[in-house]
Design a protein around this ligand. Structure first.
Ligand SMILES: [Mg+2]
Length: 449
């Protein structure tokens, strides 16, 4: 925060110094929650909607108190229908009748309810229920969720802006545009001519269209690491020289290079002091993070593909990463995420939860509640939802001057307009996007991801 914002926040009571009227309202609402009878889960509804053409899966948990419900994010956008089935056919009958206050017990029993555990389908389904139960608990307490998690450590969550371009100059121009909007952190990605480069939304005119390619020796999306590895240090050198020292720069490798290449890239970027370098290696090669640590001081962010604690625990406990990038619904929701955040605190790891457009506004609201209350918050992935999505999700957290702000309503502070959501059905033709699993080397070898 800058000094002026910090002072304004403090004078407005940001550290819990409530006005007399606000204190009286809080005391009344707290008293009202005492002695309430237990509530049961009466129904669980799965809502699929795609207001921004991104398949979102939202869970609504109804309770035995008329009008009281919670919502959660269960978005596994690549396989939305499978999560819907897991919820409607399996978790819903398993959980109806359970006590809504027993969030942890519901999580633990759901975790073993199909015997085989972990995985994006079960965990996303569980996440939808888990976030909804925290939403309900906050509403019962008449408190924003961050209060139940310990209260505010900061007034808002700093965001990073997604910045890309077809040339170094275009990246610079787009970074300046983001900085003019108040962003102090920019994730910079550059298209490599002739190659399908992660993180750039600009098509290369020389790249054949997908339908024009059929032979295994003419892969549909070609990627080669060499030109990329030679371009990114030049991008950083240019941006650090032209943008100055105030802005923080981030970059996502997206796992496409070998361990030796990752070490080399991190060493080259070290002199530009990046905020973090993300996913230099895939989860399958997590044992090689020792190599990067031995050769470079570049802060490392890792983890959007993680599912189970067996994957992320060694990297955190081994002090091999600096930012945890977990996709909260992918590990089962807010309950496990708050434990990961607490674990990270004791190993010097900050949170940078995965938050592109396929983390719904509900997921961003849940992340924000945790970020406001976590001393080891690092950065929030900035995704500016279009007006149509914000209309479907009233209470979507506000972006202002490079920060994300919570609404002070009880619970997650966000809702879903089901009638409006129904106007944006998910597309089943095709039933999923074909982007993943299509990127290949020139000889046809598939690469991750
Ligand atoms: Mg990433």
């Amino acid at each position: 925060m800058d000094r002026r914002e910090a002072l304004g926040w403090l004078s407005a009571g940001g550290l819990g110094l409530l006005s007399p009227a606000a204190r009286a309202a809080q005391e009344t609402s707290t008293a009202a929650t005492r002695g309430l009878p237990p509530l049961k889960i009466t129904d669980i509804k799965t809502i699929l909607t795609a207001p921004n053409r991104i398949r979102l899966v939202i869970v609504k948990v109804m309770t035995s108190e008329p009008g009281l419900y919670g919502i959660g994010c269960a978005t596994f956008t690549q396989r939305a229908r499978v999560v819907q089935t897991a919820l409607d056919q399996y978790l819903k009958p398993f959980l109806i009748g359970r006590d809504v206050d027993q969030i942890e017990d519901i999580w633990q029993s759901s975790y073993v309810s199909s015997y085989w555990r972990n995985g994006p389908v079960l965990f996303n389904a569980m996440s939808g229920v888990d976030m909804a139960l925290w939403d309900i608990k906050g509403k019962r307490a008449s408190m924003p969720l961050y209060q139940l998690l310990g209260g505010k450590c900061r007034f808002g969550a700093a965001l990073y802006a997604h910045v890309n371009g077809r040339s170094i100059k275009e990246v610079e121009d787009n970074a300046r545009a983001a900085m003019a909007k108040g962003y102090r952190h920019v994730r910079v990605q550059i298209a490599i001519p002739g190659l399908s480069t992660y993180g750039t939304q600009v098509a290369d005119a020389n790249q054949p269209a997908r339908h024009e390619m059929s032979s295994p020796t003419e892969p549909k999306e070609i990627w080669e690491p060499g030109p990329y590895l030679r371009t990114v240090p030049r991008l950083f050198e240019h941006l650090r020289t032209t943008l100055g020292e105030e802005v923080e720069m981030l970059h996502d490798v997206h796992e496409r290079i070998t361990p030796a290449q990752a070490v080399s890239l991190c060493k080259e970027l070290e002199r530009y002091h990046p905020f973090f370098i993300e996913d230099p290696l895939p989860p399958e090669e997590k044992d090689h993070f020792h190599l990067i640590r031995q050769h470079s001081t570049v802060p490392i962010a890792m983890g959007e593909l993680f599912n189970s604690q067996q994957e992320y625990l060694p990297l955190i406990a081994g002090r091999l990463i600096d930012f945890i990038r977990i996709h909260i619904s992918q590990i089962g929701g807010l309950s496990p995420a708050r434990k990961v955040a607490a674990l990270c605190e004791f190993f010097g790891v900050k949170t940078a939860w995965h938050g592109p457009g396929d983390a719904s506004p509900v997921a961003h609201a849940a992340q924000l509640a945790l970020e406001l209350a976590s001393p080891n918050f690092g950065i929030h992935e900035g995704y500016v939802f279009p007006a149509v999505t914000r209309d479907v999700f009233p209470g979507t957290p506000e972006v202002k001057n490079g920060y994300l702000y919570a609404h002070e309503a009880p619970g997650l502070g966000i809702d879903i307009d089901e009638k409006l959501a129904a106007k944006y059905p998910v597309c089943d033709d095709p039933p999923f996007d074909f982007r993943w699993g299509m990127t290949r080397r020139r000889d046809g070898t598939v690469i991750r991801p």
